[in-house]
Design a protein around this ligand. Structure first.
Ligand SMILES: [Zn+2]
Length: 376
């Protein structure tokens, strides 16, 4: 049998169409379980939805565990192909000029493959003083839904000392990411004929007042030295049936990215206090920020390991996107958390998505060394 490589494993994962919706992660997850189980992993399934399982693979400690587990994590679903025509078959895993093409190649089947390869290497260690756990979620791309399902099952999820989420970072070690709070502000008015607006109450004008409040909104926090300050974007507005009626409904969609020192619940309360009383606030997405102090001993080890493997001392940075870590970190006892993977950040969700195959082995090496240092 030829030696399994990270790139070949990634190709085998790309061959499964896990575009979400509908996701259909089950076959891909079973393929992964089939690799891990013979190596000594215990497989646990959590059915988030029919055909959409979360997979938890646990490699037990060989003796009494002296410390809590190390966890590697990724999601198996991908985003749709988009409207533009692809130059490469999105499921064939074609390699050209050192680039492996396919939907999910960067986000994040290469990262999932790196987790599996590291897990298989750790399974060959004769002595392990801590558990190694691999968690592969369904339905991340639609708002970490699979991970949210798992968060309600602490019996399956367990706790851990260190968490690695292998989202695309071009192998840069990110110490966290901002949170996301997506709100829909609902304004209700009273409709009337457009020739007699004084008989109605205009929901669009109420929405405009809200937008003016949002434009000047002060979050009351100073910018974090690594993550920066919070941001607020008015992303959508929908209102009005026809030009000659007073609109009685106006919705404004707001995307807030929160930073260290903020809680999403606190932001929502502050906005509710600043907006007019009649404005209803519906939460669409609520993901807390993730941050581990770069001086945390495990994070220091991460930076030293990346420097050893790549030959370059990494910068201290955070990701621009949010990940399952928003859900898993608090649910697993607030472990030190690294976001790092071989996928290209710029390629996530793109037409002709690819990952650089040269980044696979260094990522697997970093993951394996971190695992070894943790379990030995
Ligand atoms: Zn992703």
């Amino acid at each position: 049998m030829t030696q399994l490589t990270g790139t070949e494993l990634t190709r085998s994962l790309i061959a499964f169409d896990t575009i979400s919706p509908p996701g259909n992660e089950a076959d891909c997850a079973r393929h992964i379980a089939g690799l891990l189980e013979p190596a000594g992993f215990r497989i646990t399934w959590h059915d988030w939805q029919p055909g959409r399982p979360n997979l938890i693979a646990t490699l037990p400690a060989t003796e009494t565990a002296t410390r809590d587990a190390i966890v590697y994590s990724g999601h198996l679903d991908t985003v749709p192909l988009g409207r533009a025509e692809w130059g490469f078959d999105p499921f064939a895993g074609q390699i050209s000029d050192g680039r492996l093409y396919g939907r999910g190649s960067s986000d994040m089947k290469s990262g999932v493959a790196a987790c599996i390869m590291a897990g298989l290497a750790l399974a060959r260690e004769p002595v392990r003083q801590a558990e190694v756990r691999l968690i592969f979620s369904a339905a991340e791309e639609t708002g970490c839904e699979g991970a949210l399902g798992l968060a309600g099952r602490p019996d399956l999820l367990g706790s851990c000392a260190a968490l690695i989420v292998a989202e695309p970072t071009d192998n840069r070690p990110f110490v966290g990411h901002k949170g996301a709070l997506w709100l829909s502000l609902v304004h209700r008015g009273v409709t009337a004929h457009g020739s007699m607006p004084e008989k109605g109450r205009n929901a669009i004008l109420a929405a405009c007042a809200s937008i003016e409040t949002l434009r000047g909104f002060d979050f009351g926090v100073t910018a974090h030295p690594v993550m920066g300050g919070p941001s607020l974007n008015v992303g959508t507005m929908s209102a009005g049936m026809n030009v000659n009626s007073v609109p009685d409904l106006a919705r404004v969609g707001v995307d807030i990215r929160s930073t260290v020192g903020q809680s999403n619940a606190g932001i929502r309360d502050a906005l509710a206090a600043a907006l007019d009383d009649g404005v209803e606030i519906a939460t669409l997405t609520d993901m807390d920020h993730v941050y581990t102090d770069p001086d945390d001993p495990w994070m220091k080890r991460v930076f030293a390991t990346v420097a050893e493997v790549t030959g370059t001392a990494p910068e201290i940075e955070t990701a621009t996107y949010f990940t399952d870590a928003s859900v898993l970190k608090p649910a697993m006892g607030d472990p030190a958390t690294l976001i790092m993977g071989p996928g290209a950040m710029a390629m996530a969700h793109q037409t002709d998505e690819y990952c650089e195959t040269a980044l696979m082995d260094p990522c697997i090496e970093v993951f394996t060394r971190l695992g070894r240092a943790h379990i030995l």
